[in-house]
Design a protein. Sequence first.
Length: 181
Amino acid sequence: MTQQIATRNGKMPTECVTWRWKGNLGDDMLFAAQEAMCGETLELGQYIAAPEAVLVGGGTFVPKAPHHPDLVDLSRRLPTAFFGTGIGDPLFWGTDHIPDWLEILRNARYIGVRGPLSKERLQEWGVPGHRVEWIGDPALYFTQIDAGRHRQEGKLAVSLATTWGQLYGFDEEEFLRTVIV
């Protein structure tokens, strides 16, 4: 039997767990990239009334407390995917919420993480390697649109934002001194 999924405007209403609109341009770009890549099929929103799927978006969410208070329950009931999610170092972020994340990950139909360290960390926690794909930062999607334009050899753009005291390495001032040469 084929499951019917309710749609709005031909799109599946999807709860998008994201750091959007928190004052970080990089996180806003991640959401914009996800919207651009999935916008024809998914209606992404936050804290929507009747989601039919869940997308755990970009940003370092794991192993912090789940950003959405009902995420464990949503992952049990709805198709769930991770897309460009960072998996942080538990020595910095703590281990209290790893069991919740492992359940959410077990329930996920797709796990796409930002980089090799995120993939390795999940494997260390017992997530089978074949279930985790290293996809990179979703904001890189925009480089494909304008490939070659506005490119300047030897330059790197860095989105600097406050970390509200949550910087890995703990010294935001040293980070800024290093990056702003």
